[in-house]
Ligand binder design. Structure first.
Ligand SMILES: [Fe+2]
Length: 155
């Protein structure tokens, strides 16, 4: 993460996985730049908002790749990504169609970013660290479920 974009990432949202933190910092930095552009032009520029959405989609794919490579179950997190991408894309379209105020959408996007990192990505970061240090066994969840099932069948 370079010093310029690092300044935009709140310390409480650092997940300690370099690729994720770099992209989160860049996304917050892009959002701040987009906000300045919106103030200058008093509108949401189509090209720049598309660039932000593209970066966000790429970021979601990066996280999915990291989880997949580590053998982590990404299904619930992947659903949250789909929901977030759909909500933000819808809100951006609403602005372009004149049904939503430009600054409301910027606050909305920032809210989604922060909430998603807090609720999903911090945990993904912890799990990725545990896998790389050998402390996380992705099979453990299945074994616990199997043991619970076996136990309920014997009682
Ligand atoms: Fe995520």
């Amino acid at each position: 993460m370079n010093a310029e974009t690092a300044a935009f990432l709140p310390s409480t949202l650092i997940v300690n996985i370099q690729a994720m933190d770099d992209q989160h910092a860049a996304l917050f930095s892009n959002l701040a730049a987009l906000k300045m552009l919106c103030i200058e032009r008093n509108e949401l520029p189509v090209a720049e908002s598309e660039t932000l959405l593209k970066a966000l989609r790429f970021h979601c794919a990066t996280e999915e790749g990291l989880a997949g490579n580590a053998g982590l179950d990404f299904s619930a997190h992947g659903q949250k990504h789909k929901k977030m991408l759909a909500a933000i894309t819808h809100a951006v379209n609403e602005v372009h169609e004149g049904r939503m105020d430009v600054f409301s959408v910027l606050r909305y996007i920032e809210y989604w970013f922060e909430r998603h990192i807090r609720e999903e990505d911090l945990n993904l970061g912890r799990n990725l660290q545990q896998v790389s240090s050998g402390m996380f066994d992705p099979e453990q969840a299945f074994m616990l479920a199997r043991n619970a099932t076996n136990q309920s069948q014997t009682t």
